[in-house]
Design a protein around this ligand. Structure first.
Ligand code: NDP
Length: 313
């Protein structure tokens, strides 16, 4: 038996068409949501991520702009830019692409983003809202994971869920969301004893540890749903052969590009055991951008409802 593939691209398309319908409605009331993406420096992955985010906005008709700042940018300069965007009425969402260069105090910068415009959901106010189940902006990747589970008809309530990873961006918020949907949740990390045995308790296993192909069949309960959040690049032939031998498409891709992507899960090992699995690429990744679009529209609604335009006297 082989696991059912949970296709993130299809779910992304569903969500984007829902966002598109909502945007039309907003347009009728004269509102066009706007997103500003800040990129500092020359990180090639960040360059691609931010370009894709802006492209996705354009395809939906969300106003967007990308602010590109030099690698040498100091914390104070970045804070000034964030403050400017905080004040601009037509900007509903501000996203500071991480990682920032080492001289920048990332925490200070993220704290400076107006929580109402914090479409990444990383501000402590939004994380607090999530914790206490108040309306706010939820981090995109965790929100996307919940969409995959719900829209694929995977039961959450009463299930045992195991999350590997406790970052503020993925592990902790996805654990909270699963708990709020009445799963019984265990969070694992690098100090967890006998990780495979703990993981095997999960009806749902979320792997967000950033270790290429580490999760093998021995981590997976037969029939479990496995959500693979990790994104790593394999650039050595030996690694590609280890994970993808016999996979002509992957070997060809590696020959052409010199690299291929893998998640935290070893797909060849896990596929025969799991009940369902998200692929890499094409699983969680597409949802992250889709949920950014959702959050931008949500931010526009929340903020503009909270501060309605002054009634002309
Ligand atoms: P972090 O590095 O911030 O966190 C990794 C977590 O995994 C930590 O809690 C760490 O434990 C734990 N961990 C690391 N190694 C092990 C191990 N051997 N055994 C058990 N736990 C371990 O990563 P992020 O949460 O930011 O991202 C995780 C992965 O998800 C990355 O590959 C990233 O690229 C990817 N990602 C993908 C996204 C997408 O859109 N698909 C979006 C965001 C991230 P400890 O706390 O003890 O150090």
């Amino acid at each position: 038996m082989s696991a059912r593939i949970l296709n993130g691209n299809e779910i992304r398309d569903q969500i984007k068409s829902e966002v598109s319908a909502e945007l039309k409605q907003l347009q009728e009331s004269g509102i066009r949501p706007g997103l500003a993406v800040i990129l500092v420096g020359n990180n090639p992955a960040s360059e691609i991520y931010t370009r894709n985010k802006v492209k996705s906005c354009e395809s939906l008709g969300i106003y967007s702009e990308r602010l590109i700042l030099p690698e040498t940018t100091k914390t104070e300069e970045l804070l000034i830019r964030v403050e400017e965007l905080n004040r601009r009425e037509e900007i509903d969402g501000i996203l500071v692409q991480l990682p920032l260069p080492s001289q920048v105090d990332s925490k200070r910068v993220l704290l400076a983003v107006d929580p109402q415009k914090d479409v990444d959901g990383f501000h402590p106010v939004n994380l607090g809202n999530l914790l206490s189940q108040r309306p706010g902006l939820v981090p995109c990747t965790p929100a996307g994971i919940l969409e995959i589970l719900k829209r694929s008809g995977i039961p959450i309530e009463g299930q045992r869920a195991v999350v590997i990873g406790r970052s503020d961006i993925v592990g902790k918020p996805v654990a909270l969301l699963l708990m709020h949907h009445n799963a019984t949740v265990t969070i694992c990390h690098s100090r967890t004893r006998d990780l495979p045995a703990v993981c095997r308790e999960g009806d749902i296993l979320v792997a967000a540890l950033g270790k290429a192909g580490m999760v093998t069949a021995q981590y997976v309960k037969p029939g479990a749903t496995v959500i693979d959040v990790g994104i790593s690049q394999l650039t050595q032939l030996a690694d590609v052969e280890r994970f993808f031998s016999g996979n002509a498409k992957r070997m060809e891709e590696f020959e052409k590009k010199g690299a291929t992507l893998i998640g935290d899960v070893d797909p060849a090992s896990v596929m025969p055991v799991a009940g369902a699995i998200t692929p890499v690429p094409g699983g969680v990744g597409p949802l992250t951008i889709a949920m950014l679009m959702v959050n931008t529209v949500r931010a526009a609604r929340l903020r503009r409802a909270a501060y309605p335009a002054p009634v002309p006297s």
